[in-house]
Design a protein around this ligand. Structure first.
Ligand SMILES: C[S@@+](CC[C@H](N)C(=O)[O-])C[C@H]1O[C@@H](n2cnc3c(N)ncnc32)[C@H](O)[C@@H]1O
Length: 197
């Protein structure tokens, strides 16, 4: 059965290129870092419309999304090393320890249950596998007031505007390797974690 978030992203597909335009510089930084890692099996959760696929130049990639419309759009940008599947990141149909890398680009504050997502990510990662997160996190500066103002509105758009790293308890199972700003007053961050043994 299609849930409301899926319906929302199905409808957003045609507008997503506008959002994507503003996210381009940070995605360039993010995917360059991912490309610099040794070749491996990579799972991207919530691939969206796939316009970033041209950034990938290494790895064997599986992209998943719950929105069929986003997946249809992503198919137009497919390259040889990428396969797409309709699947939820909160209920991954992969065996334990399948992937070297998991990518979460603007998806962790969108899924219904981020803790369930991280539990699944942990399960499918190989030992020493890495998870790359690109997302907004509510900083301790004036931007926190903006996030607070939009909190109730953001629920209508199926994302959490007030979002703190410290709220993600499941991240404690991982080891933080790198954290850097992806632009705009430390609002967008790139975080790289490793599955500890
Ligand atoms: C904000 S968009 C981000 C798209 C892309 N990753 C990007 O960085 O531009 C969030 C995407 O996650 C998808 N999504 C939402 N919940 C999901 C879930 N539980 N599992 C997989 N994908 C999900 C949505 O359909 C949408 O395509």
């Amino acid at each position: 059965m299609i849930n409301n978030s899926e319906k929302f992203y199905d409808r957003l597909t045609f507008l997503y290129p506008i959002i994507d335009f503003f996210l381009k510089p940070q995605k360039h930084k993010f995917f360059s870092r991912i490309n610099s890692c040794p070749y491996g099996r990579l799972l991207e959760i919530g691939v969206g419309n796939g316009t970033h696929f041209n950034y990938y130049n290494t790895h064997e990639i599986i992209g998943i999304d719950t929105s069929r419309s986003m997946l249809a759009s992503a198919r137009k940008h497919l390259k040889g090393n990428i396969r797409l599947l309709h699947m939820s990141g909160e209920n991954l149909l992969f065996q334990n320890k399948t992937f070297d890398y998991v990518i979460l680009s603007h998806v962790i504050a969108v899924v219904e249950d981020p803790e369930k997502l991280l539990e699944e990510v942990y399960r499918v990662l190989k030992p020493n596998g890495k998870v790359f997160i690109l997302n907004h996190f509510t900083p301790n500066n004036w931007l926190k007031y903006l996030d607070k103002t939009f909190e109730s509105l953001s629920r209508l758009f199926y994302f959490k505007s007030v979002f703190h790293i410290s709220s993600l308890r499941k991240l404690e199972k991982f080891k933080l390797l790198e954290e850097f700003n992806a632009g705009l007053f430390s609002y967008f961050k790139i975080l790289i974690y490793e599955k500890s043994l």
